[in-house]
Ligand binder design. Structure first.
Ligand SMILES: NC(=O)c1ccc[n+]([C@@H]2O[C@H](COP(=O)([O-])OP(=O)(O)OC[C@H]3O[C@@H](n4cnc5c(N)ncnc54)[C@H](OP(=O)(O)O)[C@@H]3O)[C@@H](O)[C@H]2O)c1
Length: 243
């Protein structure tokens, strides 16, 4: 059975993905900040059919000094899903450079650091699948969330280059681009028709990890069409929309 490492395993989308991997009988290696929530999740995933569930030492994305030890503790794995993230209050953060730096560290710096380390491991093995949750917010800068969006956009470009580099080395690199998903991260937002459940997102991510062939996977797929339009809008028109 394949072994999947999930970083940020307590995120709602990761949890739903992990349930489906558990039902497949996979082995799971889980890391997150909150050890208690992680133990509860691990027990649940065992009941759902996971062949083995291993919980790692608590992991905080701002503590890059611990990343190599964390991956060593994870041992050998076939797939990795990077799922954690932070959606800051753009208004509160816009005049707070230290806060912006912190958010960039969580949503960009730590993600590319871990992706690089995981990619090197897969490259030397000659196989592996790395999937990273970015966001459609990373595809166009908007006044309402360009701090979060630029971090996610940086991840998209980084993964694109990494995928290019590793294409002949047996390593698959998947960029996951969710739209609006109903999770604790979006709890404060008014839920419109474009929102989907974390279960729906988990189904898309599970499919991408286990069966899909796509490099860039919209979660769910209709966002490909929406973002095609949004990206095509000329800058003078987009500016006037004040999104
Ligand atoms: N929800 C959406 O509409 C949406 C849309 C596009 C992309 N995304 C992305 O999807 C991913 C999953 O988010 P979600 O929607 O499932 O939200 P969520 O349930 O709120 O999960 C966020 C996760 O990130 C973890 N986290 C935050 N800061 C961390 C840090 N410094 N170190 C380690 N872990 C940290 C949280 O841990 P704690 O539980 O300990 O706080 C939590 O497990 C994120 O990358 C998010 O940016 C979400």
């Amino acid at each position: 059975m394949p072994t999947t490492l999930i970083l940020g395993a307590t995120s709602a989308m990761a949890e739903q993905t992990a349930r489906l991997l558990a039902a497949d009988g996979d082995k799971l290696v889980l890391a997150a900040r909150d050890p208690q929530a992680l133990e509860i999740l691990a027990a649940d995933l065992k009941v759902r059919g996971a062949t083995d569930v291993h919980v790692l030492t608590p992991f905080d994305a701002t503590q890059s000094g611990s990343f190599e030890d964390l991956l060593n503790e994870a041992g050998d794995f076939d797939r990795a899903l990077i799922a954690y993230g932070s959606l800051p209050d753009q208004e509160a953060l816009k005049n707070d450079p230290a806060g912006i730096r912190r958010e960039m560290c969580i949503n960009f710096g730590s993600v590319i650091d871990l992706s690089s380390r995981i990619a090197s491991r897969f490259e030397s093995k000659g196989q592996g699948t790395l999937a990273v949750i970015s966001s459609v917010a990373g595809l166009r800068g908007r006044q309402s969330n360009y701090i979060y969006g630029s971090a996610k956009g940086g991840v998209i470009l980084f993964l694109q280059g990494l995928r290019n580099r590793l294409q002949d080395h047996g390593v698959r690199v998947i960029t996951l681009l969710p739209g609006f998903v109903d999770t604790p991260m979006t709890a404060e937002m008014k839920k419109g028709p474009l929102f989907v459940s974390s279960a729906k997102a988990g189904t898309c991510i599970h499919k991408a990890l286990t069966r899909g062939k796509g490099d860039v996977v919209y979660v769910p797929g209709f966002w490909r069409f929406i973002m095609w339009i949004i990206r095509a809008l000329p800058e003078p028109i987009f500016k006037r929309l004040k999104l």
